[in-house]
Design a protein around this ligand. Structure first.
Ligand code: AMP
Ligand code: MG
Length: 336
């Protein structure tokens, strides 16, 4: 199979709809990262998603619907604050975990009694979801464990030959996956941080908690226990007060004939000497660039030397969640 990258228009939407209805997969743009979409009511289609990605089969998928879709087909609303969250953030990079009604395949939820639902805020994605008018299960469109894709080309590099069509909606603006919020409890609980932050949720609901990072975490958001987002090159992650140590590693690797590249925000860049991939200044900008730079880095570097970010924005929590999974913390004296 030769994977086609198609701009979103009447012809490509028609083809995408036919593929989806046939139980095939289509990669779709969203405002967070590209998704690998399949019909959520078809166990066969959902199994294909897990196969194409090599995704562990206890890690449930998010279901995507268009903004006029009747959510009551899929889930129960247990608390009134959920309506306020829907008004405030949907469409947008927020996924709600709610008790489900058994409408989608059990393969989507991995047998859980809750379903994760999202309404993406991306015009091309909305056009696709409206055109098919069906619930679409979609994890990120990368091979499991690898860095998430934010362009059609990134998807192609991971999934060429495994799917027929990638709908090309340009570079994803948000850059990191949605905030996953459990709204089955009286107080909403963040299972995965993203661009909709705890403060933003508190302003709407009055309260918001983070999931406790105990063993409980594994049960409440199965995906969080897995290795994620990793580029194909070696990595070393440093604290912001370890710049001399990071520079030492860079110089040592260069002397050994390797190609190290720094991955850092613009603020610390002038304190480092060598090849750099710059992430930007603000929390939003860094989130938007993170995966693109990691994927650029794996092409040019033997080792990415990453520096933790600290912009003072709450978005840093979501970015650091990804960066610290993508890059391995460096231990002093470690041979790379
Ligand atoms: P991904 O599709 O790879 O961006 O991951 C989706 C995230 O949502 C993973 O961390 C899943 O564990 C989480 N998730 C999906 N469905 C549920 C659910 N029903 N309950 C809790 N977490 C979920
Ligand atoms: Mg993913």
């Amino acid at each position: 199979m030769n994977t086609k990258i198609l701009k979103i228009n009447d012809n490509s939407l028609k083809l995408a709809k036919a593929l989806i209805e046939n139980g095939e997969l289509v990669a779709i743009p969203t405002e967070t990262v590209y998704g690998l979409g399949g019909l959520a009511t078809s166990t066969e289609a959902v199994n294909k998603i897990f196969q194409a990605k090599g995704r562990p089969n206890d890690n449930p998928l998010i279901v995507h619907v268009h903004k006029n879709y009747d959510l009551s087909k899929l889930v129960f609303v247990d608390h009134d604050y959920v309506y306020n969250l829907i008004d405030a953030f949907m469409p947008g990079p927020l996924t709600l975990v709610m008790r489900h009604k058994g409408y989608v395949s059990q393969a989507v939820t991995c047998g859980l009694d809750t379903l994760a639902v999202r309404i993406p805020d991306h015009q091309g994605c909305q056009d696709f979801l409206k055109y098919v008018d069906l619930p679409i299960a979609a994890p990120s469109a990368n091979v499991s464990k690898h860095t998430s894709p934010v362009t059609a080309e990134h998807v192609y590099n991971d999934l060429n030959g495994k799917i027929e069509v990638i709908l090309d909606g340009g570079k994803c603006s948000g850059g990191i996956e949605s905030t996953v919020l459990d709204v089955t409890k009286p107080v909403p609980v963040i299972l995965r941080s993203g661009l909709v932050t705890a403060e933003m949720i508190k302003r709407v609901v009055g309260a918001c908690e983070y999931v406790q990072n105990a063993g409980d975490d594994v049960v409440r958001s199965p995906g969080m226990k897995y290795v994620h987002y990793t580029p194909k090159c070696k990595t070393a992650l440093f604290e912001r007060n370890e710049l001399p140590l990071a520079q030492e590693l860079y110089d040592k690797l260069t002397q050994k004939g390797q190609v190290p590249v720094f991955l850092c925000d613009d603020k610390v860049s002038h304190k480092l000497c060598g090849e750099k991939l710059l992430l930007g200044v603000s929390g939003e900008e860094i989130a938007s660039n993170l995966y693109e730079k990691l994927l650029e880095g794996e092409k040019i570097a033997d080792c990415l030397i990453a520096i933790k970010i600290d912009t003072g924005s709450e978005i840093d929590i979501g970015v650091m969640n990804r960066l610290s999974k993508a890059c391995k913390p460096y231990e002093k004296g470690e041979e790379i």
